[in-house]
Design a protein around this ligand. Structure first.
Ligand code: MF3
Ligand code: CO
Length: 256
């Protein structure tokens, strides 16, 4: 499959799907306090999907036959968990945790995808800095989403900023094109040289998702088949936005 550029009409629809995603992440953000379980967030997200008539992009997602389908509408990845953590009634948020919540939804045929890392109560300076650096790396990537730039400029903006702050970028998972499917070409790594890769054109829509760690970028997958953790069990943070390249500059579809 080739990279598909979206029309203005398509981008309008992608905007709708992404605003639903943003609303759910707002709801989860309000809930992100000590004593709340990640399953409480899952329930709230499902309720909102029903209310607006949207469909989860994650529930039952099965990228390959040898993997169990994903069992939830949210990915909730706490502390050393990088991505794809599964919400659980047994997982009670504690003061000092950092929690990435990732959510995707289909609405009127188009997909929205976004993630944020929340601080639970007061967190350590190290955890706060990691989260802020990751958030800023996404903003630096978004700035590169202008016609005539190359994909490598987006990737390199993340890597350069993150490594300048003494942190590492995950290699094994990447961002992606997004449209009528959640995952479309191209892949969007968070590392690599600038000036390389495809030339960005108006209508390109990417889900950019830096995953950043305190220690090494090596990861492993837990026995549930999904949860990605750092091998050294140091902290990880994750932010994601769906972003359109337009003649007038980048549009962050998943931000109100
Ligand atoms: N934002 C993630 C991604 O783009 C979420 C996928 S979770 C899954 O890949 F369960 F759907 F796999
Ligand atoms: Co994504």
């Amino acid at each position: 499959m080739l990279v598909q550029l979206k029309s203005e009409k398509d981008i309008e629809k992608l905007r709708h799907a992404n605003l639903i995603v943003s609303d759910v992440l707002d709801i989860c953000q309000d809930m992100a306090k000590p004593g709340v379980t990640t399953w409480d967030m899952e329930v709230a997200a499902r309720k909102y999907l029903d209310k607006v008539g949207a469909k989860s992009a994650f529930l039952n997602y099965a990228p390959s036959y040898d993997l169990d389908p994903y069992p939830a509408v949210l990915c909730t990845s706490r502390n050393e968990r990088v991505v794809h953590g599964i919400p659980s009634e047994d997982e009670v948020l504690e003061e000092g945790d950092i929690l990435s919540v990732d959510f995707g939804a289909f609405y009127k045929g188009f997909c929205g995808d976004s993630a944020r890392t929340y601080e639970i109560g007061k967190v350590s300076d190290a955890a706060h800095t990691l989260s802020e650096v990751t958030k800023k790396s996404l903003e630096k990537a978004i700035e590169q989403m202008i016609p005539g730039n190359r994909l490598g400029d987006v990737s390199n903006a993340v890597q350069t900023w993150v490594e300048s702050q003494g942190f590492s970028v995950i290699r094994d998972f990447v961002g992606h094109g997004i449209g009528r499917s959640m995952h479309e070409p191209p892949q969007v790594p968070n590392y690599g040289p600038k000036g390389r890769g495809m030339i960005l054109k108006p209508g390109l829509v990417l889900a950019i998702e830096p995953m950043v760690t305190e220690g090494s970028w090596q990861v492993e997958v837990l026995d549930d088949g999904w949860t990605v953790v750092t091998r050294d069990r140091k902290l990880a943070a994750h932010f994601e936005h769906s972003v359109a390249v337009t003649e007038k500059g980048p549009i962050v579809l998943s931000r109100r």
